[in-house]
Design a protein around this ligand. Structure first.
Ligand SMILES: Cc1ncc(COP(=O)(O)O)c(C=O)c1O
Length: 386
């Protein structure tokens, strides 16, 4: 077997179906502008929802943490201990989410994989929304549990599955805000199902942290206080990197002891934790930041609706579904020529035939930028007959 020939063949297959990925280099100017070869672009594809990556206080906190504690953490937290900022951040997250405790993981991906594999096993059933994020899917697969996918946000379907597994060890899992569609999970109804059928409930707040429920996430959005596992990232609205799980004391202690992605990986660096802690403090103390995001989201939704583009203002994620890969790629290309970055999202990230542009609005965009993006998008959609 010629391994490299095989790699090439597989890459050519991707190229043929217009599904090959490559990494583009851009130099950030601020939270919403990047440049390449001296051309400037408006970034409409990041998850930096509150623009906190470029908040001077967050940047200072990262610098201070490096000066105080060094550049790396030197080991896994159970091996070489932890620096005080970690505890401060975990206490801060628990306080913010109104849970007993919280635990920081190295990424949201690792939080999902490490939590699901710790909680579920080959005798468990996982009831999972069909549009859940890849890191949830990977965690479910790795756990060895039986995976039952319910139709997107379809409570009756989820209940139908739960009825079949009344006496089993089980967990319902959902994204809080679906990453590629921007819609909100019916967490209130899933919560009731969880209680009725004695299933654990887990919500992934990657795109809800700093966004929904005054920034506190999906459970808060629905006024729920005791969702079993509230998972999220520090890497999107909080402008840093990392993941977290918030919940009861026993859950967190259990994860410290059983979650392999927590136990067997070197802890995040002081800069990551310092930045996340400062960002969290800002979200907690300055409700105007989240309000600005909501305002910008509503502004963009109004603008698009007035141009006949279907959308709502539930969240800052605006999917523009165009169908095939070719159309998605050419629309993204034309936008880029006009100084706007909105990435084409293709299978397997989204189902075949539902390729799209995923546009995100942040609190840091100006109305002028949003106007320019909306007008350019409308003109291109008309020109390209989409
Ligand atoms: C819903 C969801 N969960 C988890 C993740 C993974 O988070 P992270 O980027 O921090 O690994 C992402 C994003 O990439 C996501 O969209």
């Amino acid at each position: 077997m010629d391994y490299y020939q095989n790699f090439r063949a597989q890459l050519e297959a991707k190229e043929k179906e217009q599904n090959k990925r490559s990494i583009k280099v851009y130099e950030p100017i601020d939270a919403v502008r990047v440049k390449r070869n001296n051309q400037e672009f408006i970034m409409m594809a990041s998850n930096n929802y509150l623009g906190l990556t470029h908040d001077l206080r967050v940047q200072q906190a990262a610098k201070y943490a490096v000066e105080q504690y060094g550049t790396g953490s030197g080991g896994a937290r159970l091996t070489s201990g932890t620096f005080p900022l970690f505890n401060e951040l975990e206490l801060g997250i628990a306080d913010f989410k109104h849970t007993e405790q919280a635990l920081v993981f190295n990424t949201g991906y690792m939080a999902n994989v490490g939590t699901i594999t710790a909680l579920m096993n080959k005798n468990s059933i996982i009831i999972s929304d069909e549009l859940n994020h890849a890191s949830i899917i990977d965690g479910c697969r790795l756990s060895g549990a039986r995976i039952e996918r319910y139709n997107h946000k379809d409570i009756e379907h989820a209940e139908h599955i739960l009825k079949n597994y009344k006496s089993s060890h089980k967990m319902i899992i959902t994204d809080g805000v679906f990453s590629m569609d921007g819609d909100i999970a019916p967490l209130d109804k899933l919560y009731e199902l969880g209680k009725e059928y004695n299933a654990l409930l887990m919500v992934d707040d990657a795109h809800s942290t700093g966004v929904l429920g005054n920034g506190r996430g999906t459970a808060h959005h629905f006024g729920l206080t005791d969702v079993d596992v509230q998972l999220g990232t520090l890497s999107k609205a909080l402008g840093s990197v990392g993941g977290y799980v918030a919940g009861r004391k026993e859950l967190i202690e259990y994860l410290v002891n059983y979650s392999r992605s927590f136990i067997f990986s070197t802890a995040l660096s002081p800069a990551d934790i310092g930045a996340a802690l400062e960002a969290l403090t800002i979200v907690k103390n300055e409700p105007l930041v989240v309000e600005q995001l909501n305002e910008n989201t509503a502004y963009m939704a109004n603008k698009l609706q007035s141009m006949g583009i279907e959308c709502d203002d539930e969240t800052p994620i605006f999917p523009i579904i165009v169908g095939d890969n070719e159309r998605a790629l050419s629309l993204a290309y034309e936008l880029e020529l006009r100084g706007i970055i909105i990435t084409a999202i293709r299978p397997p990230t989204v189902p075949v035939g539902e390729s799209r542009l995923r546009m995100t609005v942040t609190a840091a965009h100006s109305q002028e930028q949003l106007d320019y993006v909306a007008n350019t998008l409308r003109d291109l959609l008309v020109d390209m007959n989409i």
